[in-house]
Design a protein around this ligand. Structure first.
Ligand SMILES: [Zn+2]
Length: 621
């Protein structure tokens, strides 16, 4: 249906200029960093030493008297907060367990800071756990910049989670959260959280990183390699490992407009590249073996398709390069790259790749504070990668699993509100379900509230308004409100701020003067608008829509759908009576939300087949 497609494109083109001009409000500001780091990696002692030159721009309206840095490697020491948390939480991540408590001196991680200077003058600092507080000599005024220089020496821990050395798949170095990283300061103040288990937040800026290492190692990293011809290793036409005569090689990477810098190094990496049409070059780094080869070959093709799908539906990937790196542990997203496990079942590895690639949209472009709002990064990423993989694999209903996992949590006694710091959930299970599944359901359910077309238009508008910035939950909701012309703050407050549940069912069904009166009941505390499908005995169907007044609007009807919009349902009313203009004996069945996008925790009361439920007929007049 080419003609129809052209009309659609014309409509989209009319909208595009509006979105490209979209900007955050005039009061929005964000800090900026420019890092230059020179790193020397000693592969015998597993220690690195480095200098860091950081230009820090205070774009806030505040005068800063202190700054904070994260020193994440300090978490990998017996007795650290990460260790204690893992040993005391009721459902620990089995990959961590009590492993930190057993690390020997030459296996722990640490970050030692030799000195720090502010504008060439030494400053005092204090380290507690994974956070360093630096007292400024000179207050940093609004709209001013400071230059911080420091020297550090670090030991790479045995890999426990994400970063570390010599993991179970035999990758030498997974270098993530590896350098002294200045904490984010925003409208909520400092985000100098102790590293306990998960999630990060970063300042937007540029990285220029030089890493000196033995020439046998291949490095994969955030950014673009600046000296490929000197390096070789599959990057350029330069010398190969075999004819490298020097005892070390210096790799120089530059990344612009990113929130972090990650790298990995291994002497046995195979490096291949594929090109996404009109998109980035994808670099793949893995240890070739019978456990990896077929999967990583297949991944070349699938990763291209994932990028194409996400570009088309959620906005254009903002960089021209992306690296998929075997890091040997789970999967974790970083700017312009990911570290994922390399072995295991192909479906699992490739599914993980798709998830981490989707983080390039939901975290590496739309850098929400994932510590405070993990559902905005894990949930949105799960949503986008599920849709991409379902489309590529030709599978229906990509979000069913997320609903099931939410229902499971909602029926347990472990559910907690989503709007808390991701490290502070009582259980890992509650965190995981809230962040991944409830975040995914939040979006799928948004389609139910505002309609599919508004939803995808909104996702692109969100991307174009907030990419390379730090959107908050409210910023997302405001975009969706503007696109749909509906009021959605209540939905954010209920779904993210509370553990209230959605449950609708039927009350009394009566017959009077040739019409049928159907009572719909709000059983749960969470109000929603209702799609009610009436199926007649002659096989025809009629959709009724019961708007809920907090929305202050009516979603557009699905194209071609035969829909009647009823009067508004005030959210305080526990029940509502719909008038159907046909007699009861014509009706075969009644169903609430036939699309099953509303996260109704009890679907057993959502449908009644009238012939089966005799007591409901003509019970009252
Ligand atoms: Zn994720």
């Amino acid at each position: 249906m080419i003609a129809k497609k052209h009309i659609l494109y014309a409509v989209i083109l009319l909208f595009v200029p509006v979105f490209l001009k979209a900007q955050p409000g005039p009061g929005y500001w964000q800090q900026r960093v420019e890092y230059t780091m020179n790193i020397k990696m000693n592969t015998d002692t597993h220690q690195l030493s480095g200098t860091q030159h950081l230009v820090y721009y205070n774009n806030s309206p505040d005068t800063l008297k202190k700054v904070y840095y994260h020193l994440y490697f300090n978490a990998f020491q017996p007795g650290s907060m990460m260790d204690v948390r893992s040993r005391t939480i009721s459902d620990p991540d089995r990959r961590v367990g009590d492993r930190i408590s057993k690390l020997k001196d030459n296996e722990i991680g640490f970050q030692h800071i030799a000195w720090i200077k502010q504008d060439n003058v030494p400053v005092t600092f204090k380290i507690e756990g994974t956070v360093m507080e630096v007292k400024l000599n000179k207050p940093l005024l609004p709209k001013a910049k400071a230059v911080f220089d420091l020297q550090f020496n670090a030991q790479v821990p045995i890999q426990i989670r994400r970063s570390g050395r010599d993991n179970s798949e035999g990758i030498a170095y997974s270098m993530t959260q590896w350098y002294p990283k200045i904490a984010e300061y925003d409208f909520q103040g400092w985000h100098a959280y102790q590293y306990v288990a998960r999630e990060f937040h970063g300042v937007w800026g540029d990285f220029n990183v030089s890493i000196t290492i033995k020439p046998s190692f291949t490095i994969a990293a955030t950014g673009i390699l600046q000296n490929p011809d000197k390096i070789g290793h599959g990057y350029g036409q330069g010398k190969t490992v075999a004819d490298a005569t020097s005892s070390e090689l210096t790799w120089n990477f530059i990344a612009k407009d990113v929130i972090d810098f990650a790298w990995a190094a291994d002497p046995d990496y195979t490096h291949t590249q594929v090109q996404v049409p009109n998109g980035p070059v994808i670099h793949l780094f893995y240890q070739k073996s019978e456990k990896t080869e077929a999967t990583w070959k297949k991944m070349e093709d699938t990763s291209v398709k994932v990028f194409q799908y996400l570009n088309e539906h959620f906005g254009r990937y903002p960089f021209n390069s992306y690296s998929i790196i075997q890091g040997g542990d789970g999967g974790m997203e970083y700017p312009m790259c990911t570290l994922i496990l390399g072995e295991g079942k192909a479906d699992g590895v490739i599914g993980t790749m798709a998830h981490e690639v989707a983080h390039s949209w939901y975290q590496m472009a739309l850098a929400s504070n994932e510590s405070l709002h993990p559902w905005m990064d894990e949930g949105y990423t799960s949503f986008a990668s599920a849709e991409a993989m379902a489309s590529i694999m030709g599978m229906p209903n990509p979000h069913t699993g997320a609903y099931q996992s939410y229902f499971y949590l909602a029926k347990s006694n472990l559910q907690e509100p989503a709007n808390q710091h991701s490290d502070h959930f009582n259980t890992n299970r509650a965190y995981t379900t809230v962040a991944y599944s409830m975040g995914e359901v939040f979006l799928e359910q948004m389609k139910y509230l505002i309609g599919e077309e508004n939803f995808y238009r909104g996702m692109k508008a969100y991307y174009n308004t907030w990419k390379m910035k730090h959107p908050s939950p409210n910023d997302f909701i405001r975009v969706m409100e503007k696109v749909s012309d509906m009021q959605l703050g209540w939905y954010l407050r209920y779904w993210i701020g509370t553990t209230k549940k959605i449950d609708y069912g039927f009350g009394v069904v009566t017959d009077k003067d040739g019409s049928t009166y159907v009572e719909v009941k709000r059983v749960g505390e969470f109000p929603m608008p209702i799609d009610l499908m009436v199926t007649y005995k002659d096989g025809s169907q009629q959709l009724y829509y019961l708007p809920m007044n907090e929305l202050m609007g009516v979603k557009p009807a699905t194209l071609g759908a035969n829909r009647i919009v009823s009067d508004t349902w005030p959210w305080v009313n526990p029940s509502y009576v719909v008038k159907i203009n046909r007699k009861l004996s014509d009706i075969e069945s009644l169903e609430i939300d036939p699309s099953q996008r509303m996260a109704d925790i009890n679907r057993t009361n959502n449908k009644i087949v009238l012939s089966e439920i005799v007591p409901f007929q003509n019970t009252t007049k």
